[in-house]
Design a protein around this ligand. Structure first.
Ligand SMILES: [Zn+2]
Length: 286
């Protein structure tokens, strides 16, 4: 009798240990994929549908997204949405993307843009193929949304695309768990998002880059995503205090968004308690 009870306790302990090391079950993951940070990409032509090598690099972009999907599934995800976030948002090749993911492709006029489809039902965000913000010296293909933007800051914090995309996810309390991209965006993500796991695909020597082999990158992304998503307790959704005040510096001035103010040569400010409205103003004036 005593021996049996002992066995029961041991079994329960073993079960607990197993549970602690087992992948987390049932999570839902949102993967936003850009192109400039994908393995090997060093020029705008490689990410433009008119470029001669575009077909090759869009395939790599698709494969990196698939590697992240597989990593999410390995970590116990039951649902994965991949948002094509680059240019016309029609880069990822649907038939080559991991079968278990749903692909959100195509342009939108909605302010969520690269984050279209995110909502409170998701548990974590993963960024793939991301790049450094405009003005980052040495970074390959550094820019913020359009080549016209010199800098975007919200409440005094200068942000890369990953920054404002994380703020959109933060509106739904979804944290950023993992980012893959060039060395500079990895650094910028670590500075902004507490506990985020990053994977460096290349080292910027602008406009050149020292690149890892695409196969190594895919392995690294899968491994990194599994590790990042196994335990989501260490992440905090990225948030700033409303009202959100944007300061946008551009090369060429666009028409003033209703409610925005011109504060200097090529400098505009806009403030609103609704962050999506601020993103709308950004998209109109960028
Ligand atoms: Zn892009």
């Amino acid at each position: 009798m005593k021996r049996q009870r002992m066995c029961g306790v041991s079994l329960a302990l073993a079960g607990l240990l197993l549970l602690a090391s087992a992948p987390r079950k049932g999570i839902k993951v949102f993967i936003s994929v850009d192109m400039e940070g994908v393995a090997g990409v060093v020029s705008g032509r490689e990410c433009s549908s008119s470029g001669p090598d575009y077909e090759y690099f869009r395939r790599l972009m698709t494969e990196e997204a698939s590697a992240a999907v597989q990593g999410a599934l390995d970590a116990g995800a039951v649902e994965v949405v991949v948002r094509d976030g680059h240019g016309a948002k029609t880069n990822i090749i649907p038939g080559l993307l991991h079968k278990k993911a749903r692909l959100l492709r195509g342009v939108t006029s909605r302010p969520e843009n690269m984050m279209l489809g995110i909502d409170e039902s998701f548990d974590a965000v993963v960024f793939i193929g991301y790049h450094a913000k405009a003005g980052t010296e040495d970074a390959t293909l550094a820019h913020t949304s359009s080549g016209n933007v010199i800098d975007l800051s919200i409440n005094g914090v200068s942000l890369p695309e990953a920054g404002y995309n994380a703020l959109i996810a933060g509106l739904y309390d979804v944290p950023v768990a993992f980012l893959a991209g060039d060395d500079w965006i990895c650094q910028q993500a670590e500075d902004l998002f507490e506990g985020v796991a990053v994977y460096q695909t290349k080292e910027g020597m602008a406009p050149a880059a020292l690149c890892l082999h695409p196969d190594e990158v895919k392995k690294g992304i899968r491994r990194g995503v599994v590790k990042a998503l196994r335990d989501l307790s260490g992440y905090t959704p990225y948030k700033l205090q409303p009202p959100y005040t944007m300061v946008l510096k551009v090369r060429k001035e666009r028409a003033l968004y209703p409610g925005a103010e011109k504060t200097g040569e090529g400098e505009f400010t806009f403030s609103d308690p609704d962050f999506l409205k601020v993103m709308d103003a950004f998209n109109a004036m960028k």
